[in-house]
Design a binder for this molecule. Structure first.
Ligand code: 5AD
Ligand code: SF4
Length: 435
C-alpha cells in the first residue's frame, strides 16, 4: 500500500505533510512518487495566491484518468484551501473522484476518513479554523538534518491582503515546556537544525502567561549539543530589541532573519494594516546589523497592492536598494475573496507585471553582489543534501542562510564542515571543504 502527498505553499504546510505522512505510515502505507502505484493521494493545499490554487486544479486533473479507471484509489484534499467558502462544494462537483476533504483543524481525522473512503463513501470535515488538534500526531520527518517545530498556529494580524487568519484561525501558542521537550528529543535523535515555525514568531506567548519569543529562544539555545536554531516568520511590528540581543548572544541561533517588509511606502503599509512605517522597518534593520554585522536578512515584497502608485512602488525599490536584502521573495498582489483589499480598486495586470519584473531584476543584481563578497571566505556549513544538479556534490547553508555546493558524498549529510567559497553564481555559492 502506497501514498503520495502533494504539498503546496509554505513551510507550515511542508511540516503538516510530515504529520499526514506519519499517520499514513502508522496505517502501513509507504511513500511513493509514482501516480500509478499510489493507493492514497493527499493534496495539502494553499490559497495564499491564485497560482497555488491553479496548480492544485492542474495536479488533480492529472490523476483523473487513473482514479476513474481504478475506483479503489483514495483521494484526499486537505488544508488551507478547503476552509474557504464554496471550495468543498466545488470539489464535489468538478472532481467526483475526491473522497476526502479535511480542514486545517481536521487533519487528525485522516485515518478514520480513509477507513470511510475504503467503503466508497465520502468523508468531508471542516471545522471553523480555531483549534489545531494535530499537536500530538506522529511525524514522518523528511528534512533531516533539519527538523521543523511548530511553536504557534494561526494569525491575529489581518493584513488586508491576506487569507491566512481566515483559514488558519486566531493565534495559539504552544506551551513552552512541550516545545522544549520536542527540541531536546530531536537533538538527542541526531537532528542538527531546529526551525521554529509560526506565522508571526515574535508574538509567541502573547496568549500565555509570562513567556516571550526571546525566552523561548534562550531556553532552546541552552540545550546541550551542537545544533543550529532557525525561525520563521518574523514580523516588523513585533520583533524587539531583546529578541535581537538574544539572537546575537547565542552562537547556535542563526544570524538569519526573515522579515517581510511587503512595501517600502508607509502609505501602502497603512493600507495593508501592517502597523509599522518605512522608518520603523529601517530602524529594525539597523538594530539587527548593529547587533550582528554579518546578519542575513531576507524578506517578502508584494507589488500591485490596490492604491499602490508609481511613487509608492519607487519607494519599494529605494528601500530594497537601501536595505540590500540577501534574498527577497517577490509577489504580485493577488486578490483573495473575503479579504478587505479584494474589495478595493485593483491595479492593472500589465502594471503589476512590469513592476515585479523590475523588482526581481534589482534584487537579483543585489543578490549577485552579496554573493561575490563571499568569494575567498571560509564558512561553516551544515551539509543538508546531495546537489542533484552536479554529480558528486553536496550542499548546505551558511549560518546566514546562503546555499553552498561543494564536492562531497551523501555520508556527509548532517555534518558541519568548513568550506572555502571559491565561486558565486547569482544566489548560489560554490566552494571546497577545508581540511
Ligand atoms: N497576494 C500576493 N502575495 C501575498 N502574500 C500574502 N497574501 C498575498 C496576496 N493576497 C505574500 C506576502 C507574505 C507571503 C507569505 O505571501 O508577501 O509575506
Ligand atoms: Fe498574513 Fe499578515 Fe498574518 Fe502574515 S502577518 S499570515 S501576511 S495576516
Amino acid at each position: 500500500m502506497y501514498y503520495k502527498i502533494n504539498t503546496y505553499g509554505c513551510q507550515m504546510n511542508v511540516h503538516e505533510s510530515e504529520k499526514l505522512a506519519g499517520m499514513l505510515e502508522e496505517m502501513g502505507y509507504v511513500s511513493t512518487v509514482n501516480d500509478e502505484e499510489a493507493d492514497v493521494f493527499v493534496f495539502n493545499t494553499c490559497c495564499i495566491r491564485d497560482n497555488a490554487e491553479d496548480r492544485l486544479s492542474g495536479n488533480l486533473g492529472a490523476i483523473k484518468k487513473i482514479c476513474m479507471a481504478d475506483r479503489t484509489k483514495i483521494v484526499a484534499v486537505v488544508g488551507c484551501m478547503t476552509q474557504q467558502k464554496g471550495v468543498a462544494e466545488k470539489l464535489r462537483k468538478s472532481y467526483p473522484y475526491v473522497d476526502i476533504v479535511l480542514g486545517t483543524s481536521n487533519l487528525v481525522e485522516l485515518k478514520q476518513a480513509i477507513e470511510v473512503a475504503k467503503r466508497r463513501k465520502k468523508y468531508v470535515s471542516i471545522k471553523p479554523a480555531t483549534m489545531d488538534a494535530s499537536l500530538e500526531l506522529p511525524i514522518a520527518r523528511t528534512s533531516y538534518p533539519n527538523a521543523w517545530v511548530n511553536i504557534m498556529y494561526g494569525c491575529n494580524n489581518f493584513c488586508t491582503y491576506c487569507i491566512v487568519p481566515y483559514v488558519r484561525g486566531r493565534e495559539r501558542s504552544r506551551d513552552m515546556a512541550s516545545i522544549v521537550a520536542d527540541c531536546e528529543k530531536l537533538i538527542k535523535e541526531g537532528y542538527k537544525e531546529i526551525t521554529l515555525l509560526g506565522q508571526n514568531v515574535d508574538s509567541y506567548g502573547s496568549d500565555l502567561e509570562g513567556v516571550t519569543f526571546a525566552d523561548l529562544l534562550e531556553r532552546i539555545a541552552s540545550i546541550e549539543g551542537k545544533f543550529r536554531i532557525r525561525f520563521m516568520t518574523s514580523h516588523p511590528k513585533d520583533i524587539n530589541q531583546r529578541t535581537v540581543d538574544v539572537i546575537a548572544k547565542y552562537k547556535n541561533i542563526c544570524n538569519n532573519v526573515h522579515l517581510p517588509v511587503q512595501s517600502g511606502s508607509t502609505k501602502v503599509l497603512e493600507e495593508m494594516n501592517r502597523k509599522y512605517t518605512r522608518e520603523d522597518y529601517l530602524k529594525i534593520i539597523n538594530a539587527l546589523r548593529e547587533a550582528m554585522p554579518d546578519v542575513g536578512i531576507t524578506t517578502d515584497i508584494m507589488v500591485g497592492f490596490p492604491t499602490e502608485t508609481e511613487e509608492d512602488y519607487l519607494e519599494t525599490l529605494s528601500l530594497v536598494k537601501e536595505v540590500r536584502f540577501s534574498n527577497a521573495f517577490t509577489f504580485v498582489y493577488s486578490p483573495r475573496n473575503g479579504t478587505p483589499a479584494a474589495k478595493m480598486e485593483q491595479i492593472d495586470d500589465e502594471i503589476k507585471k512590469r513592476r515585479v519584473v523590475e523588482l526581481i531584476a534589482l534584487q537579483n543584481s543585489i543578490t549577485k553582489e552579496i554573493s561575490d563578497e563571499y568569494e575567498g571566505k571560509v564558512k561553516e556549513i551544515l551539509v543538508e543534501d546531495v546537489n542533484p544538479k552536479y554529480e558528486g556534490t553536496v550542499c548546505g547553508r551558511t549560518e546566514c542562510g546562503r546555499l553552498v555546493t561543494f564536492a562531497g558524498s551523501p555520508d556527509m549529510i548532517g555534518r558541519f564542515v568548513n568550506v572555502k567559497i571559491t565561486r558565486s553564481q547569482s544566489a548560489s555559492l560554490f566552494g571546497e571543504v577545508e581540511e
